[in-house]
Design a protein around this ligand. Structure first.
Ligand SMILES: NC(=O)c1ccc[n+]([C@@H]2O[C@H](COP(=O)([O-])OP(=O)(O)OC[C@H]3O[C@@H](n4cnc5c(N)ncnc54)[C@H](O)[C@@H]3O)[C@@H](O)[C@H]2O)c1
Length: 445
């Protein structure tokens, strides 16, 4: 049986593992397989990325260049733009982007492009796994017919599964090996082979009955986050109106040992997952005449947070008898979350847009993001590129308002508190002692 042949290769670590798309998801995965003794080949459309990997240079924060260099020199890892090499791979994992169209509908064109490359070279004995986040049904309804088009048959010739990715960039506690992996195949044999493959690199594989269940589980996870962050954001706005400290409220509620899970407000949601993934679910829901109201509401609340942050800045300046127009506003952090360099969908971009539209002189400091080019940032934002300014004492003193948008760990918040006149803290980055000792006016979300 094809399943046994593939499992045999996997268990002997003789399988060649191909990873299509060497980004935040694909690169760590390829490195992990290579580190466990597999021969890993990364397929990229971006030749610069492939060249960097082959030179032993990582461009992803969680992946050390040293580890890449070692695996490349041992000929266990290589990157290529030559999709012809797909035929050498026993397992092929697709990790390409799944953005939204302007209409907020799923854009699975990258999955289709990757699948076409596989389709051209599919041979007997290959295990194909989709990892890109997508709507339930993609693996069965889109990939399977494409792969069977040239006459090869599922289970008899090849296997096909979906396994969602849960990587949390910048999280030192949870990395590939200790994040449980959900696996759902289009057939039981596919599930078993895919589970055997991931079992080589992760401690805990959770097999489910179908690819659809695995696809839906991923969307539930991220929709759960979007909805609960929306709830926390709504609470923050309400608490601001009532003059109550939101963070103290959440801290108090979180002492309940059951039935409560703490989520925190912020300047808005960002990254390639939480703002996008729920739309994959609501789109699929609409196909079935179903209106997913939680998703719509969460998006509405979360997408208004940048506007709320600008209002806090305006209020603070107003109290100091200054107008936003002409004021210098210094954003601290522009990445969508702490200690990473990713600005995709970052709320900072929308905040910058809004501040600029109102005539503020906007600058930013982010140790992870040297420059923001708005065209590359996958947002509606526009305007001149901005470069990170050094966080000098002069910079802090010259700002009419400092806005903590991303609470990067390396920033000296004590100095920020000592030298700023007005601070808007959207992340509760300033603890009670800092706030008490500071002469700055501090407005918290
Ligand atoms: N970034 C995360 O934290 C995260 C977490 C879980 C799931 N995901 C999901 O994983 C998938 C990949 O996300 P990512 O963050 O790694 O994206 P990314 O943009 O960092 O990486 C994708 C890579 O794929 C390459 N690519 C695009 N089309 C290609 C093709 N046809 N062939 C080969 N390479 C191609 C791009 O050049 C890029 O390097 C998405 O579906 C995303 O939703 C991401």
């Amino acid at each position: 049986m094809i399943k046994d042949e593939i499992k045999h290769l996997i268990e002997a670590r003789r399988a060649c593992v191909g990873v299509i798309g060497l980004g935040y998801v694909g690169l760590p995965l390829a490195v992990e397989f290579a580190a466990k003794g597999f021969r890993a080949v990364g397929f990229e459309v971006d030749a610069k990325k492939a060249d960097a990997i082959n030179r032993g240079e990582s461009y992803i924060g969680d992946v050390e260049s040293e580890a890449v260099g070692k695996l490349v020199s041992e000929e266990r890892l290589r990157a290529t733009t030559d999709f012809g090499l797909l035929s050498e791979c026993d397992a092929i994992i697709i990790c390409v982007p799944t953005p939204l169209r302007k209409t907020k509908e799923p854009d699975i064109s990258y999955i289709l492009a990757a699948s076409e490359e596989i389709q051209k070279r599919l041979r007997r004995g290959q295990l194909i796994i989709l990892e890109s986040t997508t709507y339930p049904g993609t693996t069965n309804e889109v990939l399977l017919p494409m792969l069977e088009e040239r006459g090869l048959k599922l289970d008899e010739d090849f296997l096909l599964a979906f396994s969602p990715e849960r990587v949390d960039p910048g999280n030192p506690q949870y990395q590939t090996h200790n994040i449980p992996k959900v696996v759902g195949g289009c057939t039981d044999d596919s599930t078993e082979a895919a589970a055997a493959l991931y079992g080589q690199i992760v401690n805990d594989v959770h097999a489910v009955s179908s690819a659809r269940v695995a696809e839906a589980a991923k969307l539930l996870e991220n929709t759960f986050r979007a909805v609960n962050i929306g709830m926390a954001n709504e609470m923050a706005r309400l608490c601001y109106a009532l003059g109550i400290d939101t963070w103290e409220v959440i801290r108090a509620a979180a002492t309940k040992p059951f039935g409560f899970m703490a989520f925190y407000p912020g300047p808005g949601i960002g990254g390639h997952c939480i703002p996008l993934d729920p739309h994959y679910l609501s789109w699929k829901a609409r196909q079935h005449g179903f209106d997913s109201r939680f998703i719509g509401l969460a998006e509405e609340v979360n997408s208004r947070m940048p506007e709320h942050v600008v209002m806090l800045v305006t209020d603070g300046l107003n109290d100091a008898e200054k107008s936003l127009k002409g004021s210098r506003v210094l954003l601290l952090g522009v990445a969508y979350k702490k200690d990473i360099n990713d600005v995709r969908e970052s709320p900072a971009l929308s905040i910058i847009d809004r501040l600029r539209a109102k005539g503020a002189d906007v600058r930013y400091h982010d140790p992870f993001v040297p420059e923001i080019r708005f065209d590359d940032a996958h947002t509606e934002s526009a305007g001149e590129p901005l470069s990170s300014v050094p966080l000098t004492n002069e910079e802090l003193r010259a700002a009419d308002c400092a806005v903590i948008v991303t609470d990067h760990s390396g920033v000296d918040y004590k100095r920020v508190c000592a030298l700023s006149g007005l601070i808007v803290d959207t992340r509760n980055a300033l603890d009670r002692d800092l706030r008490r000792d500071s002469c700055a006016r501090i407005i918290r979300l």
